[in-house]
Design a protein around this ligand. Structure first.
Ligand code: PRX
Length: 566
């Protein structure tokens, strides 16, 4: 590959990706057809697509032909038995089991929209997302059925709950619930829905500062960007064994844990087990992983155990390593080099961008601490926050901005067009993150431009946490901020004013923490609660999180002229 960046900008284009995918404008395009059926038709049906390792080390393998037959069976069931129609929203609420990957692709074959939901979400988090999308069906496992049933009471549009695992505990299904044991149903043929580049495909909810989570709507044409970035940035080649550690409940796990790598016909490893550094190294060694995509929190956790466990393993299969989701500390990059003899290549992007927009490219010098440069097929820069005018001064902080359109940019926020249009300024898509550029055009990340909390690479909206807190009988007022944390980058800290009759105590703190964990998720659970007399607000009642954050960090509080009087 050419290593001159300017040359790459000339060579790497979306049109080239379309040609490589055999796509011509106006013709039908379906993500699942490209990721699965195309490979079987090309004679690659026997190639391993998925190597799945469960908690106990049990391994299940699926070829592209297996994926084809299983997604066909599933799509037939959805269309014929569940009466799923094109554009219906179908939710996935599954652990990282093979059914999640097959389920995702089968939904797309029917022309319906797939809505992945993180399997650790509580019932309030489920309801917020499924009520907004008015989902018609949800596919889940028996272990999550209790949560889904509870959520269903508040979801009038939900017609069917589909349960994919065998009944071991004798739990009987009720009306509106269907058993479908995916692995038992195979079909050679399924007439894939005639979707086009602009047909809706994946709906991923993401957290903002205000209001409920927003659904970023993607289209089948996004595959052009996910294919090209997987090839050029992740450096995935046909015979690679690729491991993306992200859960498909989040966008990394779909764009680069399903679509991108399978569009290239690579073999994917999935480990459905909790984190342990030794288990992770064992996974790389056992499956001879060649390309690895992970996240800074995980890298920091690996660093804690030192280089020695790496050296005990034979990890020479590794050729390329990338990271996403949070700032990648320079120490982590240097440690990676010492441990693996390779650089972690940082990649920056978002649920909304659908694919990597700024990155360190393979074969080019990595500057530890910098996110790299714009992906060569698009233009990205930093702009003035008020005007959207690109900043030309080296080192001056502005907002990260990407020039639309590109194939995987969300097409709207579902039900929320006004917020979608609010993301554009002076002809740029504004990511909502701050960065500066150096003299060679490398991006240096500074922080988010809003109050969204990034914990271990996952965004959590303060509004969602504050709303959950307010439902606790003891809570009168609440605010949530991200508190810096050496491992997770940030953890949730909550400020709570109690209702009369309640007294602050450690027991109450624990009770409130668990209350949020159950309603939302372990990620959203405050790690610390500070009991306060009142929460600082503007006179119009807006919570002044920045005041709380500044106090927490021991920084100047800034302009408080709009603050409510004490
Ligand atoms: O704040 C940035 C941070 O994660 C946000 C996007 O989160 P989400 O939509 O959940 O998607 C995560 C995976 C793509 C960004 O707005 N972020 C993402 N990558 C980086 C990052 N912050 C610093 N460095 C990165 N490489």
């Amino acid at each position: 590959m050419a290593t001159d960046y300017e040359q790459l900008r000339r060579e790497i284009t979306w049109e080239r990706a379309e040609r490589e995918l055999g796509y011509r404008e106006g013709e039908p395009l379906n993500i699942a057809e490209i990721c699965v059926d195309r490979h079987v038709e090309a004679g690659l049906g026997d190639r391993l697509a998925l190597v799945h390792e469960g908690h106990g080390g049990e391994i299940r393998q699926f070829t592209f032909r297996d994926l084809q037959q299983l997604t066909n069976g599933w799509a037939h069931f959805l269309r014929g038995d569940v009466c799923i129609r094109p554009l219906d929203r179908v939710c996935l609420f599954l652990d990282k089991v093979p059914e999640l990957y097959i389920g995702f692709l089968g939904v797309l074959k029917t022309g319906a929209v797939v809505e992945p939901l993180f399997s650790a979400f509580g019932d309030d988090a489920l309801v917020a997302r499924m009520a907004d999308s008015r989902a018609a069906a949800i596919i889940t496992q028996r272990r999550h059925l209790g949560k889904v049933r509870k959520a269903r009471e508040r979801l009038p549009d939900l017609k069917t709950i589909i349960v994919v695992d065998h009944d071991e505990d004798g739990k009987k299904l009720r009306e509106g619930e269907a058993d479908y044991h995916m692995m038992d149903h195979r079909e050679d043929h399924f007439p894939v829905a005639a979707t086009y580049a602009e047909s809706p495909s994946v709906l991923h909810y993401t957290s903002g500062t205000t209001g409920a989570p927003k659904g970023a709507m993607h289209v089948h044409g996004s595959i052009v960007a996910q294919y090209l970035t997987s090839k050029v940035v992740l450096d995935i080649r046909e015979h690679d064994v690729y491991w993306c550690t992200a859960d498909p409940g989040w966008v990394t796990g779909t764009s680069y844990g399903i679509i991108g790598p399978w569009s290239l016909g690579a073999t994917q490893v999935v480990l459905d087990a909790g984190f342990s550094s030794d288990r992770w190294y064992e996974t790389i060694e056992k499956h001879a992983v060649t390309v690895w995509y992970t996240a800074p929190t995980a890298i920091r956790m690996l660093m804690k155990d030192g280089v020695e466990p790496v050296k005990r393993r034979n990890l020479t299969s590794l050729r390329h390593m990338c990271s996403v989701g949070e700032p990648l500390n320079p120490e982590a990059v240097r440690w990676g080099h010492e441990a693996f003899g390779l650089w972690f290549h940082d990649t920056f992007w978002q649920t909304e961008t659908g694919s990597i927009v700024v990155t360190n490219l393979p074969g080019m010098p990595v500057k530890p601490g910098s996110m790299g440069r714009p992906f060569p097929a698009l233009s990205a820069t930093v702009v003035e926050p008020k005007t959207g005018i690109p900043i030309t001064d080296v080192g001056r902080v502005g907002l990260i901005a990407v020039k639309p359109p590109w194939p995987s940019l969300m097409r709207t926020y579902w039900n929320n067009t006004a917020t979608f249009y609010g993301k554009f300024l002076n002809g740029w898509y504004i990511c909502g993150d701050q960065a500066s550029l150096d003299a060679e055009g490398y991006f240096w990340f500074c922080g988010r431009d809003d109050d969204v909390i990034n914990t271990a690479g996952h965004l959590v909206g303060p509004f969602e946490i504050e709303s959950a807190l307010l439902e606790h009988p003891a809570v009168a007022e609440s605010a949530a901020i991200g508190k810096p944390d050496p491992l997770n980058m940030e953890v949730v800290k909550a400020f709570v004013a109690l209702r009369p009759g309640f007294t602050a105590s450690e027991d109450l703190e624990l009770d409130i923490m668990n209350f949020v964990r159950k309603k939302l998720s372990p990620l959203a659970m405050p790690q610390e609660i500070e009991f306060v007399e009142k929460v600082p607000k503007t006179r119009s009642g807006k919570i002044l999180r920045r005041v709380l954050k500044a106090r927490e960090l021991g920084q100047p509080i800034g302009d408080v002229s709009t603050m409510e009087d004490d």
